[in-house]
Write a protein that binds this ligand. Structure first.
Ligand SMILES: NC(=O)c1ccc[n+]([C@@H]2O[C@H](COP(=O)([O-])OP(=O)(O)OC[C@H]3O[C@@H](n4cnc5c(N)ncnc54)[C@H](OP(=O)(O)O)[C@@H]3O)[C@@H](O)[C@H]2O)c1
Length: 254
């Protein structure tokens, strides 16, 4: 099951997974695009691609997709890719677009991860790939709502991996940097003002992410050249853990 399969990163996952022989369940709102993709995948790779056209900003759409995960034993891999960005800072937030982003980027991803976690762990096998974003690691760069939504995806995926430890279910969270898709245009922005050296082609992004998946990585950062930088950050965070909850405030607050 791939959400956000009608364009960009999700559509590229569909192509790559079809090439690996997966039958697919493609989810998005744009039925015409999904139908065209399904036909291409069937013709090129001989796989079956079913469609589920739902709006994952709506409770009913989330529930339809979650129910499919609960009831369809053929689904062994969930790629939570559907997402939107918002252009602008927290002060420019309006209720409707903020609500839509939170429903899609947080609620849909959470409920689908939950449904998949339950069924895959009962089966003792399966995998969940959540698409986060590098902005999760750099809140200082602004774009507060989108950035915070992706920090949630990172945290949720790390917690989920820990919960599912020993269950046979693999969890991966992918943190793309800026990638050439429709995301920014849909948010009313553009890739035009971004230096080309910072923009990854979507095929390169997905191929790298799948290599990270094959290597069993929990957190995959396709752009990061030196993986020891991420390991150092993780190590520093884990070292903090035993110091974070005590019955007395620290001496500097007395
Ligand atoms: N591109 C980047 O620079 C970048 C960087 C970091 C992370 N990401 C993340 O990558 C993921 C994929 O984005 P993308 O870059 O591939 O952008 P994209 O080309 O705009 O694709 C977004 C996908 O989400 C689907 N979608 C949007 N709203 C939906 C809704 N209400 N219900 C169901 N599906 C919905 C869209 O399909 P329909 O419109 O047909 O519904 C589309 O398939 C997102 O989570 C994004 O945050 C992207």
């Amino acid at each position: 099951m791939i959400t956000g399969a009608s364009s960009g990163i999700g559509a590229t996952y569909a192509q790559r997974l079809a090439a690996r022989g997966y039958n697919l369940l493609l989810i998005a709102r744009n039925e015409a695009r999904l139908q065209q993709l399904a036909a291409e995948l069937a013709a090129c790779h001989g796989v079956q691609a079913d469609l589920l056209c739902v709006d994952l900003e709506q409770h009913s759409g989330i529930e339809k997709a979650a129910e499919r995960l609960r009831s369809d034993a053929q689904i062994s891999l969930l790629v939570n890719c559907a997402g939107v960005a918002l252009n602008g800072g927290l002060g420019e937030a309006d209720l409707d677009s903020t609500h839509s982003l939170l429903q899609l980027n947080l609620l849909a991803l959470t409920m689908l991860s939950s449904a998949a976690a339950v069924r895959f762990s009962l089966a003792g096998r399966g995998a969940i790939i959540n698409i986060g974003a590098l902005v999760a690691l750099s809140p200082e760069r602004g774009n507060a709502i989108y950035s915070a939504s992706k920090a949630y995806v990172l945290n949720l995926s790390q917690s989920l991996c820990s919960e599912l430890s020993g269950s046979g279910v693999q969890v991966q969270v992918v943190l793309p940097g800026i990638t050439r898709t429709e995301l920014l245009e849909r948010a009313g922005s553009s890739l035009a003002h971004i230096p080309p050296s910072m923009v990854m082609e979507v095929e390169d992004l997905v191929d790298a992410a799948l290599r990270g998946f094959d290597q069993g990585e929990l957190v995959t950062i396709p752009s990061l050249q030196d993986s020891s930088e991420w390991q150092a950050l993780t190590q520093a965070r884990l070292q903090l853990a035993p110091n974070l909850s005590h019955n007395q405030p620290a001496a500097r607050y007395s």
